[in-house]
Design a protein around this ligand. Sequence first.
Ligand code: FO1
Length: 318
Amino acid sequence: MRITVLSGGVGGARFLRGVRAAAGDSTITAIVNTGDDMWLAGLRITPDLDSIMYTLAGENDEVRGWGRIGESERVSEELRAYGVGWPWFTLGDLDLGTHIARTSFLRDGVPLSEATDRITSRWDLGAHLIPVTDDEVETHVVTDEGTMHFQEWWTKHRASLLARSFVQENVSTATPAPGVLEAIRDADVVLVAPSNPVVSIGTILDIPGIRDAVQSTAAPVVGVSPIIGGSVVRGMADACLTAIGVATTADAVALHYGSRASGGILDAWLVDEADAAAAPAIEAAGIRASVVPLWMRDVPTSAALAAAALAAGLDSNR
Ligand code: FO1
């Protein structure tokens, strides 16, 4: 079976680990958000690609949620001493190896998708990671204190500044990276990971051609709610949802994505047992609702969630 997953960073990485555990000999392609990406200290940083790569490689820092396990910070102390980079944004020594390798490939004229193939080939990830676009489409946040890169809003301000809107730089001229549209069109099932609906899934869908491909694929499209019991599982997606006028509830996000019958992207939506009461409203919107445990505490629970999502896809009357 060909499984294609639209994914952001930390939540998406855990979900992909579950998909890999549940998918047997299926092929898995992850279409990964690049809106968090940025140039820092002369290096190209791609947080969501790296979170997924390190997690599937077993090299991720499970506690911190990002970066490498066994990390050190000697170089970043030197960068701070020189006033290079952001003092609040830590580039670990091992992580810098990844950024230097990626930047070296990019400076040779290699597109991000090819650079990602070269870097990920170091490990047997069990999935093909493709950046949604090879173009630089960075998410900037408009606040009353000014417009800033998403990473500054997220890591320096912890999303505490009211976001008036999110802007994707150069999105109108961006194109999907090679293999992305095919991975959506030729999939047997498309999964929408429990990632940030605005700045991860939303930024993927806004790359020209992607939303149409998801709406028109013959594969069932199954999403997993990133909200459990009215709270965000991780991160600060509630600040992002509020900024676009969407309530932080499992059903509001489903309706935000919309049913395919009504021009949206979903055939099915998984909600946690805490949100079982939301199922009728989701079904009324033309989206099949599945009530299953959504907490991903470890690989077995992630695999059970992924298996439920795949089953919901097979049940979908597409
Ligand atoms: N997040 C933080 O909260 N503080 C950091 O210093 C930080 C450094 C960092 C370096 C590389 C990288 O790939 C990610 C990093 N992150 C950090 C996490 C990052 O903000 C998130 O992974 C996503 O961009 C938000 O989903």
